[in-house]
Design a binder for this molecule. Structure first.
Ligand code: S3P
Length: 429
């Protein structure tokens, strides 16, 4: 297990280019692999999760090549090859769930698995609606857990499917399955990130927004499209909180994706009093992008609930650090999804804060954080969860003394350069 020591920091200053968006990176590889033609992906996130998607696709005959500018994907015009091995999705929920949808309508037999964390995560949410479209999927606990086995059915049925959780992974799996459906697929799903819809449209497959979700008409193939992947707002979130809580800080985060389905973290931090400004707003490959300036500011507690939750679900561990230091109580509710992420993030976030001397309580669907903590160095366990390791490191910047992060290598999943950037931007006090 790798250990990192993070010390209390002086002001953080400078410009940071966060790595490519993880959700968009997975999709840029997978959708172009299914498409007709060849495309270049620039700014792809080079991390363990995205490598899981690439390795699975290579096992199904997809060719990736690097050139000076990015990764060239040669599409297979809708037909992936049957792999001669088990597809290992590692720690990546997006890889396994999107592949379930993409493979449901292929010819062949596919077995998908992952690490211990992924094998413990719920899969019925994706398998049941896929079965409704005629997919043949089996797995541990009747398909509720990986390993999963898919017997491809080249002609799926369309129809109306309701997704009980506002999950972009499930919605995306159904859209991918819809490519092989004989009639339109209507998906009823709560508002959540829409990168797949945007990319489908840019690849020539229309997806309509409906009153309850999205609707697509299958039978049309994807056309390969170049993608410039924006910086990941979920990675930028660590610097937004770090600069907010360490006095005297001023950071500029360059080229960050600010798709409204992902910017809940900006709304909440601003509501807490953070000094955040967006500049040079532009659209790149159908996704809104901006530079973000952040300066330290006193924060106050807030309530995070309801429809805001899917717009910031991955940022809650680091928002909890901001809340611990804020003036007044913060309540996080309607967020039981946190319990089925890479770790049970209600418990692991709380354990991280407790290790640094902060109070707080778990609720079945969230957290109650009293605020006004004076953090002191301690020992944080990442529990193998990248976002807990990074949130712990951010908290350590504002904690007296030294903090040890056990299992710091978990950051490889989404942000391999995190600790080097931390060392370069922070000034030891
Ligand atoms: C993701 C969707 C979210 C998010 C995950 C990435 C995606 O998961 O938490 O990190 O790329 O579609 P859910 O779909 O389970 O909400």
């Amino acid at each position: 297990m790798s250990i990192r020591v993070v010390r209390s920091s002086g002001a953080l200053r400078g410009r940071i280019r966060v790595p490519g968006d993880k959700s968009i990176s997975h999709r840029a590889l997978l959708l172009n692999a299914l498409a007709h033609g060849r495309a270049r992906v620039r700014g792809l996130l080079d991390s363990a999760d995205v490598r899981s998607t690439a390795t699975c696709l290579q096992a199904m005959g997809v060719d990736f090549r690097r050139d000076g500018e990015g990764v060239i994907v040669t599409g297979r015009s809708g037909r992936l090859a049957e792999p001669d091995r088990v597809l290992d999705c590692g720690n990546a929920g997006t890889t396994i769930r999107l592949l379930c949808g993409a493979l449901a309508g292929q010819s062949g037999h596919f077995i998908l698995t992952g690490d211990e964390s992924l094998r413990g995560r719920p899969m019925a949410r994706v398998i049941e609606p896929l079965r409704h479209l005629g997919a043949r999927v089996d797995g541990a606990a009747d398909g509720a857990r990986a390993p999963l086995a898919i017997r491809g059915v080249p002609h799926l049925r369309g129809g109306r499917v309701a997704v009980p959780v506002a999950s972009a992974q499930v919605k995306s799996a159904l859209l991918l399955a819809g490519l092989a459906a004989e009639s339109p697929v209507d998906i009823a799903v709560g508002a959540c990130r829409d990168h797949t819809e945007r990319m489908f449209r840019s690849m020539g497959v229309p997806v309509e927004d409906t009153a309850v979700g999205v609707r697509m008409v299958g039978g049309r193939g994807l056309e390969a499209v170049d993608v410039d992947v924006p910086g990941d707002i979920s990675s930028a979130a660590f610097w937004l909180v770090a600069a907010s809580i360490v006095p005297g800080s001023a950071l500029t985060l360059e080229g960050v994706g600010v798709n409204p389905s992902r910017t809940g973290v900006l709304d909440v931090l601003k509501r807490m009093g953070a000094d955040i400004e967006l500049c040079d707003a532009r659209t790149v490959c159908g996704e809104p992008v901006a530079d973000i300036h952040v300066r330290s500011a006193p924060l106050r507690g807030t309530t995070i609930a309801g429809a805001e939750i899917p717009r910031l679900i991955d940022e809650i561990p680091v928002l909890a650090v901001a809340a611990a230091l804020a003036d007044g109580e913060t309540i996080v509710q309607d967020a039981s999804e946190l319990r089925v992420k890479e770790s049970d993030r209600i418990e692991t976030t709380l354990a991280m804060l407790h290790a640094l001397g902060s109070e707080g309580e778990a609720r079945p669907d969230g957290l109650v954080l009293p605020g006004a903590a004076s953090l002191r160095g301690g020992c944080v366990q990442s529990a193998g969860d990248h976002r807990i390791a990074m949130a712990g490191a951010v908290a350590a910047l504002a904690a007296a003394g030294e903090t040890r992060i056990d299992g710091a290598d978990a950051v490889e999943v989404s942000y391999p350069g995190f600790f080097s950037t931390l060392e370069a931007s922070s000034v030891t006090r």
